[in-house]
Design a protein around this ligand. Structure first.
Ligand SMILES: [Zn+2]
Length: 495
């Protein structure tokens, strides 16, 4: 039988050549667009900083004294060493006499403090500068590994050592030194300042910062901006040829989910083909098998754009400049690193697994807790739905784990005056910085302040971040000095 139906689709050699020619032209045109976009991609500007003012010896001594006080947050239900926290209060009075006598102060949750430096123009919205002075514990096994004792506050060469040097006493003391010095010089702010020092950030900030923010909201205070920990100056030639001022402008959401499977257990000598533990284990494996879908938020877009302007890598600039074509390549590249992966997607990870009471009894109930950090654009509800669909097994009940959850925060405007004040001050303390706004993937106390300000930022003017929550936490005096200079510029320049 002759096949007649498809004769019209038969291609001659010339026809094939034409198609190849058209394809070739399309590929060349695409390549040309990609190259032109890459070449036209902006390049970071250069700038010259101002000399950093000299530090009085007392500034370093105060930092050392603060580090010597073991203001440890052990856990939500664990008692604190009240003597250390009282000692810190005493230290504040002694080291900062002008702040103590000229600013008003309220305590929240006994040990968190809100100082108010009244400005001369009460119509201007105030600034909130914040930090926390509680620190995480040092594990007994890790203590021996420290090169200097964790609560020694030792000054060795150009470096001050101690738990909290980076996270976050350095920032707290930098604010205090800067304000005390401005008071000493007779500076009177036009705009009021609030200095907010939390004592329980490491365990959620529910007794300190959250109460302070709630009080400010009740007073109808709308802040010009809020600045907290959570950013830094990143100097890394591999990423960018100029220092990156990594400034947090938005925080991910947070939620934990409880997964529960109930199935009659029994004697372990005659197990059924599937047990509650098996079903739960499969559910967890499905969640972890592949990452959640990438959902690039605007804040990460802005970060990539800024980083690429200072990148020496043609490939990086090409990928960022041509996301319409290379978006998936960029996503898969970012997904390879756990930090950048967390900047483009919601994360899910089991943190608690619980089942069984005895080695020869198959348990009837198996539960797990899955913690999630939620990318802007998604919500605790949509994440729950994703978990349900991915597990796709009705025997696994999914519910919210506790009341401790929040949606992703709003985003600070990177064209606004508050952000510009921070980047302007940054330019005064280091040469050629490139402001790189980013999505904060952890959680800080500043999230409580979103209701009182749309302009919340996370930044410390330090290039050094080693050892926090780990071993050998320390801060070079040169960085501490830069942080104080930055604070002083910021206070003066945002009036
Ligand atoms: Zn911290």
């Amino acid at each position: 039988m002759r096949l007649t139906c498809c004769r019209s689709f038969y291609l001659t050699k010339t026809g094939m050549k034409k198609i190849l020619l058209v394809l070739g032209i399309v590929v060349l045109a695409l390549a040309a667009v990609v190259v032109v976009n890459t070449l036209r991609f902006p390049t970071a500007t250069q700038s010259k900083s101002e000399p950093l003012p000299a530090l009085p010896d007392s500034a370093v001594q105060h930092f050392q004294q603060a580090l010597q006080l073991p203001t440890i947050s052990w856990g939500l239900d664990k008692p604190i060493d009240t003597a250390a926290f009282r000692g810190f209060n005493q230290f504040l009075q002694t080291a900062y006499p002008r702040i103590s006598s000229q600013l008003s102060r309220q305590a929240f949750g006994e040990f968190s403090y809100l100082y108010h430096w009244k400005g001369s123009d009460s119509t201007l919205p105030p600034i909130v500068l914040m930090g926390h002075y509680d620190v995480v514990p040092v594990e007994a096994v890790a203590e021996k590994m420290w090169r200097q004792k964790p609560f020694s506050g030792a000054l060795v060469g150009d470096t001050v050592w101690g738990r909290g040097a980076v996270d976050d006493k350095g920032a707290v003391i930098a604010i205090l030194e800067s304000v005390e010095n401005l008071l000493r010089n007779g500076f009177v702010p036009k705009r009021s300042l609030y200095l907010c020092f939390g004592h329980d950030e490491e365990i959620g900030g529910t007794r300190g910062a959250s109460k302070i923010a709630a009080w400010m909201k009740a007073q109808n205070i709308k802040a010009h901006f809020v600045l907290d920990e959570g950013g830094m100056i990143k100097v890394d030639e591999k990423i960018a040829s100029q220092p990156l001022g990594v400034i947090g402008i938005q925080e991910k959401g947070y939620a934990s989910y409880k997964l529960q499977v109930e199935l009659p257990g029994g004697h372990s000598s005659q197990p059924a083909p599937e047990t509650a533990i098996d079903i739960l284990a499969k559910a967890l494996a499905k969640l972890r098998e592949k990452p959640t879908p990438a959902n690039m938020p605007e804040a990460t877009q802005e970060f990539l754009h800024a980083t690429a302007t200072a990148s020496n890598s043609f490939a990086t600039r090409m990928a960022v400049a041509n996301q319409w074509l290379l978006g998936s390549v960029l996503n898969s590249q970012l997904s390879k690193d756990r930090q950048t992966s967390a900047m483009i997607r919601t994360t899910l990870v089991p943190t608690i697994v619980d089942a069984g009471v005895k080695d020869n009894v198959i348990p009837t109930v198996a539960t797990a807790v899955v913690n999630s950090r939620i990318i802007p654009g998604e919500t605790p509800e949509t994440v729950k739905e994703y978990i349900r669909k991915t597990i796709n097994d009705d025997r696994v009940q999914i519910s919210g784990y506790d009341e401790n959850w929040w949606a992703p925060s709003g985003k600070t405007n990177t064209n606004g005056v508050a952000y510009k004040a921070v980047t302007g001050s940054l330019k005064k303390v280091i040469d050629n910085p490139v402001p790189a706004p980013y999505l904060v993937i952890g959680a800080t106390d500043s999230r409580y302040f979103r209701p009182i300000s749309s302009e919340v930022m996370n930044f410390s003017a330090s290039t050094f971040m080693e050892g926090y929550h780990g071993i050998d936490e320390r801060l070079p005096v040169s960085e501490y000095r830069r942080m104080i200079a930055f604070m002083t510029h910021l206070i003066k320049d945002s009036q």
